[in-house]
Design a protein around this ligand. Sequence first.
Ligand SMILES: [Zn+2]
Length: 390
Amino acid sequence: MTQRIYYTEPYRRSFDATVVAVDNSAARSEVILDQTAFYPTSGGQPYDTGTLGGAAVTEVIDREDGSIAHIVAGTLRPGEVVTGEIDWARRFDHMQQHTGQHVLSAAFDRLFGVRTESFHMGQQSSTIDLAREVTAAEIAKAEDEANRIVWEDRPVAIRFATAEEAAAMPLRKESGRTGSLRLIDVTDYDLSACGGTHVERTGGIGVIAIGSAEKFKGGSRIEFLGGGRALQRFRVWRGALSAMQKHLSVPPIDMAPAIERMQEDAKADQRSVRGFQEKLAIHEAQALLAGGGRLIAEVIEGWDAQGLKAIALAATAAQPDVVVALFTSTSPAQVVVARGANSSVDAAALLKKLTATFGGKGGGKPDLAQGGGLNAPSDELIAFVTSPPS
Ligand SMILES: [Zn+2]
């Protein structure tokens, strides 16, 4: 059983301890101390990192038997007295998120009677899963309420109680544990059994910002950011928004409608391009047919697949005896194969031969087939159609 310094002194960053046991049997070294300030992964909060006797602590594990195993990149000997140093930036971040979670969960509970089913602290943000789906208005209210508690800078006390004593207390969530319970008391706001690390006053959380909300298992999954993480996210968004502002020349609040307008304009442009293409396709088709051949294969510069289709259809409508295979000038090339009503050539079969030889994919019917991803110079593609290998 390792004595857990962080239970009573969550602000301790360094400590001395005696090495009780070392297990070097695995590829990594597992060290057990008589006491530790390192937090092991549990209750949704990730482990602390830092150093032990100068060696890096890469993971901390809460064992079934009540001991805490430190995975150490170095060699320590039993009986040795070592100094442990906690990576404080990482730990304090976890304390902000974890205390923020207590306050936010309590806000949903107190305002709307919605229970928190689970909590997860990720690398960038954390989530709580609520028992029922909450509305955007409820989320905004809970966010306001949680931040009110943060800014009132209420003391966050650590208490210990027996399970019997705790049963008579207004815990937000019953604890299934037996024996001594560790309680986290956000003064006059939330009382929860918890083994994690927390800031000593709610002001230490800084701010609680909701990142996003989504439906999850019949309830809502709420993503939130406490303190430093909220600032970090703000910086990322500020960078992204100012980059967008350079292109859009409107303030962030007007960006969504500006993008919508641009998309509508682009669609309108595309429609008029299609209109022009269809008119021009008739002339392009006439130029193709002017050669008099029955089998026409050509690269059409500056046209997309949609345009090629218009040309191919115009050509086969004007001359029912022909087969046309038209390629884009792009690399890889796209292709449209069409045949006139009097031709017995199978356009889909020809396309299949092209993709089998040059790669890509496509499909269609005997009279019209379309494909793309053909990886070959255009003269090879044309030669393949006009003088196919026997
Ligand atoms: Zn907690």
